[in-house]
Write a new protein. Structure first.
Length: 335
């Protein structure tokens, strides 16, 4: 039953792309209205009443129902007002099956599109769903690792630590994690994406986080370690680490005595290895150091296009192709 409901849902979504959309919507608009028939006015049949009649065997939406028979006539007589004030229509299973039975063109189009979408659901639509769910459309510099070439040698992480050294925290700290969610055959590493709309920059109480020359996110030395930017980042790309260059005195919670001296927390993230903006073009060490050509910096659009290109044949088999646009879309191939 769940599988049947899923197929019906796909069919209903496909209605928006058919030539019969307006005819379908107008039919729904009159579905609850009283309709005049040769035998006299007939009462409106709502969803609950239709289901009760079907249970009792007194109503079959597929054959002989006067309301279904006269809807087409009503639409022909008054096509302009048929869909007036209708923005959203909801049908139950009985109503939907009745519509499919009544209109052959609608039925054929829905079946064709539903089968095509089901065939492509394991490729195009799955990738697009993951792309949106992971927020990759926001990324302007996403660190991705090609699993076909990556050997997990961790050269990217070591290069990151060696390049930045102890300049920001007094100790070597990493600015990326060679782990994250996957998009097809790529791992989206946990590293700053230089988002188009950076959530991390909202609300900093000391204004210590801003855009750099290459649109990268830069955290200044006067960060007080409140952690607000790390909380705001939805992708976990900002790390709160002890700053050995700045210490604070705090009371000892265990024994009475002098205050303890501890390192103050400070936020850190990927700045594309050019926080000062000295270079004309960023050259991230994590990408340059990869010995297997497995690490890349891409925008979200470039990543999606790269992944979809690898599935061109699968999409074509389902009668679809991928088109880079705003928004991105899967469209049916028109011969």
């Amino acid at each position: 039953m769940n599988r049947f409901r899923g197929v019906v849902l796909v069919m209903m979504l496909a209605l928006s792309a058919t030539a019969c959309q307006s005819r379908f919507v107008r039919t729904v608009a009159f579905w609850r209205q009283p309709v005049a028939t040769p035998q006299g006015p007939q009462p409106a049949i709502g969803v609950k009443a239709a289901m009760q009649k079907q249970m009792a065997g007194a109503f079959d939406p597929r054959v002989g129902d006067p309301q279904v028979q006269t809807l087409e006539t009503r639409m022909k007589l008054d096509p302009q007002n048929a869909a007036m004030h209708l923005e959203l229509a909801q049908l139950n299973r009985l109503d939907f099956l009745g519509m499919l039975h009544k209109f052959a063109v609608l039925r054929r189009r829905v079946v064709e599109q539903s089968l095509a979408r089901l065939r492509s659901s394991n490729v195009g639509h799955r990738i697009l769903d993951e792309y949106i769910a992971q927020g990759l459309y926001e990324g302007q510099s996403i660190l991705v690792l090609d699993l076909d070439n990556c050997t997990r040698c961790d050269a990217c992480t070591r290069a990151c630590v060696d390049t930045h050294g102890t300049a920001t925290h007094g100790i070597p700290v990493p600015r990326l994690l060679r782990d994250g969610r996957r998009l097809d055959n790529f791992v989206v590493a946990t590293s700053c994406r230089s988002c188009t709309d950076p959530h991390c920059m909202v609300g900093c109480p000391v204004d210590s986080i801003h855009r750099g020359k290459h649109l990268q996110i830069v955290i200044e030395d006067h960060c007080i370690g409140c952690g607000l930017c790390a909380e705001n980042c939805p992708y976990g790309s900002i790390f709160m680490l002890p700053n050995e260059r700045s210490h604070v005195q705090i009371p000892d919670a265990i024994s009475i005595g002098p205050d303890r001296r501890v390192a103050q927390l400070k936020a850190t993230n990927c700045d594309l290895c050019d926080a000062a903006g000295d270079r004309s073009f960023p050259r991230p060490a994590c990408v340059a150091a990869c010995p297997h050509d497995a690490a890349f910096r891409m925008t979200g659009t470039q990543l999606l296009g790269h992944v979809m290109k690898a599935h061109t044949e699968d999409l074509a088999a389902a009668g679809l192709r991928f088109r880079i646009s705003t928004p991105h879309a899967l469209e049916r191939i028109v011969e």
